[in-house]
Design a protein around this ligand. Structure first.
Ligand SMILES: [Zn+2]
Ligand SMILES: [Zn+2]
Length: 339
């Protein structure tokens, strides 16, 4: 999707053998690769056997192609829709929750998501209000009006894939799920979204990582009000670093291992990003949009430009909380300087 140093996605695809959209990566754990109408290519959802029935971790996007691929995988796993007793969302991004309404109806399953993502979803589904808020953030960041208008177009498109869903079970982190592969513990890992969760199976040393850890991709960390998403993300990585993990099952790309090395690299990546931003603010105050223009070498699409602005804002928020930068309120543009 974005071949810059801040890449959102890289070359990836856990391509399954031809005609088989589903493979058992551990006894009772089916990785199902579903197509996405995004440059991201595909998403992995996981069908995990319980003592009775299954839990489905994430849903895929609400496209017919995705639904059909999931239906074929269910057949291959010899599971019926009503065998899915729980649908658990690692987070509420459209590629993870899009199919949820249709699947909830078919399966009668209960829906689980973290409290913070349930709240985040309520906000995202008030589309006009949310888009107006995002416009305001970008105006303050110094994004020119004509670009904001273009971003609004692409954001409206994406917003069609958010659905106003209420969870039957609100997760806090710490919940246990008795799966055939051993007990899975819900870990709250905020950053990529405020209520992102991973599932950890201590017995098999397996981590269902959602978008928290993707082999060749640094997960997108975007600014949100009253939060420090980058700080939260780095803290959650430090928590994960302490776990014994042999197999990482991500939402995009192939399963991989080496979580400590991945975490080290990712923390270093953000430290380098922070250092570059600090260097840009050394001796000159800049708006977030000016920082974006310095950091990205090539022209971004409106969709990616929006990600870039929120990403830079997340880094600036983090640096401000560390006392390294300060913002200078302006009307309408907020500028940033080194302290
Ligand atoms: Zn995501
Ligand atoms: Zn995703």
């Amino acid at each position: 999707m974005m071949a810059t140093k801040f890449s959102l996605v890289g070359g990836l695809s856990p391509k399954n053998p031809a005609g088989d959209g589903c493979r058992e990566v551990l006894p009772g754990v089916h990785l199902v690769e579903l197509p996405l109408p995004l440059t991201l290519g595909s998403i992995n959802v996981y069908l995990v056997r319980l003592a009775d029935g299954y839990v489905l971790i994430d849903c895929g996007m609400d496209t017919e192609a995705s639904f059909q691929a999931l239906a074929r995988a269910m057949e291959a796993a010899r599971a019926g829709w009503r065998d899915i007793h729980e649908i658990l969302l690692t987070h509420v991004h459209p590629d993870h929750m899009g199919l949820a309404p249709r699947l909830l109806e078919l399966t009668g399953a209960r829906l689980s998501m973290h409290a913070h993502d349930a709240e985040y979803l309520r906000d995202l589904t008030q589309t006009e209000r949310h888009l107006a808020w995002a416009d305001g953030v970008m105006r303050e960041a110094g994004v020119p009006g004509e670009i904001i208008a273009k971003i609004r177009g692409s954001s409206s498109e994406i917003h069609k894939h958010f659905h106003n869903l209420k969870p039957d079970r609100v997760l806090q982190g710490g919940e246990k799920i008795a799966a055939a592969v051993g007990e899975l513990e819900v870990l709250w890992t905020p950053g990529h979204s405020p209520g992102h969760v991973c599932l950890y199976g201590r017995e098999r040393r397996v981590l269902f990582a959602g978008d928290q850890m993707l082999e060749h991709i640094s997960p997108n960390i975007g600014w949100l009000p009253d939060r420090d998403p980058l700080g939260e993300f780095l803290d959650s990585l430090r928590d994960l670093e302490r776990l014994e993990v042999e197999l990482i099952l991500p939402s995009h790309g192939a399963p991989f291992s080496g979580h400590r090395e991945w975490i080290r690299k990712t923390i270093a990546h953000h430290a380098e990003r922070c250092a570059r931003i600090l260097a840009l603010l050394d001796g000159a105050s800049r708006s977030a949009a000016e920082v974006v223009d310095e950091l990205w070498e090539r022209t971004l699409t409106p969709f990616h430009y929006r990600f870039a602005v929120f990403k830079v804002l997340a880094h600036l928020e983090y640096l401000e909380r560390q006392g390294k930068v300060a913002h200078i309120a302006g009307d309408p543009i907020v500028r940033w300087r080194m302290t």
